[in-house]
Design a protein around this ligand. Structure first.
Ligand SMILES: *Cc1c(COP(=O)(O)O)cnc(C)c1O
Length: 254
């Protein structure tokens, strides 16, 4: 009787094939980002070890995150709660740190407090109070950055600069949070706006808080397009999506 011979390994699914074909590409992307960081640090008189890279994985599958973890990345940023929690479940075997960087709706704080290591986009008392209340005492304190709306854009989340100090003190008094610093998404670069200006203002705010005796270690600013000026202006954490993962599906047809 005719028999189909067994091969040693099952054929790759289409998904696995796409993933394995991309490993070389991903390695080149990581290398390129690291080189840009080294270049900018050299210009700024800083050390690359001062800069943390947060890989922004929104819109990309868990398998891709697994590959970037193999290439040395361990902190991942997500904007959508449900998408993030699904990927976390698929990657539970890895030692990853998860940062929430999207706008925080107050009805999502319970999930954020339960599933994330950091929330970088806290911007009001209600959200901070709920995150602290809902963080289990069995977990380490939830790391927090306060998002600042430095360019005063109507549509954007973030506390206005003049209200920052009060919110910082509010956060410092909450028992289950650990305030780490500030986060900013500047106004889009254009002929009228250079993000370096926003980054400089953020650095001033950060320094003035630190010199008033508050211990903060994180200034989260800089994305794929502008990591160099962010490093020049004192960033300690870059949030890089596109230049590590490639274009997101949502970016193809804006
Ligand atoms: C998507 C996103 C990023 C990453 O942007 P890229 O331009 O893809 O590097 C960084 N920060 C926040 C808050 C984001 O939503």
């Amino acid at each position: 009787m005719f028999q189909i011979p067994d091969s040693d390994a099952p054929p790759l699914t289409i998904n696995q094939c796409i993933v394995s074909c991309k490993m070389k590409d991903l390695k080149a992307k990581v290398h390129n980002v690291r080189s840009r960081i080294e270049w900018a640090c050299e210009k700024a008189g800083r050390k690359p070890s001062e800069i943390t890279v947060l890989a922004v994985s929104k819109g990309h599958p868990a398998a891709r995150i697994r590959q970037l973890h193999k290439l040395g990345l361990s902190a991942f940023g997500e904007n959508y709660v449900r998408e993030a929690v699904e990927k976390q479940a698929q990657l539970a075997d890895l030692d990853l740190k998860w940062h929430f960087i999207g706008p925080v709706q107050s009805n999502k704080t319970r999930v954020l407090a339960q599933y994330f290591d950091w929330v970088q986009s806290a911007d009001r008392e209600k959200v901070l109070r709920r995150l602290s209340l809902q963080r289990s005492e069995a977990l380490p304190k939830l790391n927090i950055c306060i998002q600042v709306n430095i360019d005063r854009e109507e549509q954007k989340a973030g506390v206005l600069p003049e209200n920052l100090e009060e919110l910082v003190h509010f956060a410092l008094d909450l028992p289950n949070l650990r305030l780490r610093g500030l986060m900013v998404i500047p106004q889009q670069a254009s002929a009228h706006h250079d993000p370096a200006r926003s980054y400089r203002k953020m650095d001033d705010l950060f320094r003035s808080l630190v010199s008033s005796g508050i211990s903060l270690d994180t200034l989260s600013m800089g994305m794929s397009a502008d990591l160099e000026p962010a490093i020049m202006q004192g960033s300690t954490m870059l949030r890089i999506g596109t230049d590590l993962f490639g274009i997101r599906a949502s970016q193809k047809n804006p």
